[in-house]
Write a protein that binds this ligand. Structure first.
Ligand code: PAF
Length: 281
């Protein structure tokens, strides 16, 4: 396994590759967990060559967010990548990704302002910018993303299509702990009581899913029932609990057969997101 820190070197290595070689790419911010490993495993199976990036992208953090405290267990991450058969770990230095004078950003309009975008202004601009850079540096055949970050996946699919990036996007299912909590690098901030508490998010999503599948289309009522389930456990502040259209993240109406039930909450200072795609009968 090679560890490459320079975008230029990686770019030179991969753009000169033979056409036949299929390259899979898994972008991460490190602190790898079972969710990342499921993407890596899938990408390993489906490609001849596998690149994983580990980069805590400063451009997607707001001024009062957790950039400095974001976990960076690089030794362990590299060991996991080696074990999983990764060919190249791209672990760029921030100054090489964002050199002095950097002023070009990618914005996927509208979609980036909704849901998480409303409380994290600039976040998806940072994500779209860094992923565009990765796609140009790596030129993968397939980009692997996790469904846990549903809005991110929708935005990046839109960007790939709008900007004609020649890459296929695959979105893989969320990996969950025993109590249903979606695995996430930020779960490392939670203590055992908070992890137990966070299990209620999956319960609330499932209750909403059950009602929608059962034919209930009063989404406001469903949202308020789901919020009550969360409120019954003290210590969770809900940022949003929404039922939206999968294509444009607008409020779902009765015409949408498949909807995204999505939430973001805070437990103490930790922000958690989760979602469920539901198909109406
Ligand atoms: O999902 C993440 O970990 C990040 O947003 C990504 C896609 C690696 C971009 O920094």
């Amino acid at each position: 396994m090679k560890i490459i820190r320079s975008p230029k070197i990686l770019n030179a290595l991969l753009t000169r590759r033979e056409r036949k070689i299929k390259v899979g790419f898994v972008p991460t911010m490190g602190a790898l967990h079972a969710g990342h490993l499921s993407l890596i495993e899938r990408a390993r199976k489906e490609n001849d060559f596998l690149v994983v990036s580990i980069f805590v992208n400063p451009a997607q953090f707001g001024p009062r967010e957790d950039l400095d405290k974001y976990p960076r267990p690089i030794k362990n991450d590299l060991a996991l990548c080696r074990k999983a058969g990764v060919d190249i770990v791209f672990f760029p230095e921030p100054r090489l990704m964002y050199p002095e004078g950097f002023t070009t950003y990618v914005t996927v309009e509208k979609l980036s302002d909704l849901l998480c975008g409303a409380s994290r202004p600039g976040h998806f601009r940072g994500v779209a910018t860094v992923v565009s850079k990765f796609l140009n540096i790596v030129s993968p055949d397939t980009l692997y993303l996790g469904q846990k970050d549903a809005q991110q996946a929708i935005i990046l699919k839109r960007m790939v299509s709008d900007l004609n990036f020649p890459v296929k996007v695959k979105v893989m299912p969320t990996v969950r702990s025993e109590n249903g909590l979606a695995v996430s690098s930020r779960n490392a901030y939670l203590n055992s009581r908070e992890i137990e508490l966070a299990g209620v998010l999956w319960e609330a999503l499932n209750r909403a899913g059950e009602l929608i599948r059962g034919g209930n289309m009063d989404y406001q009522k469903i949202i308020s029932e789901a919020r009550k389930i969360i409120a019954a456990r003290k210590g969770i502040a809900v940022d949003y609990f929404s039922i939206v259209n999968l294509d444009n993240l607008s409020r779902a109406d009765n015409k949408n057969r498949r909807v995204l039930v999505a939430l973001a909450v805070r437990i103490n200072k930790t922000r958690l997101i989760d979602n469920l795609i539901v198909c109406r009968r």
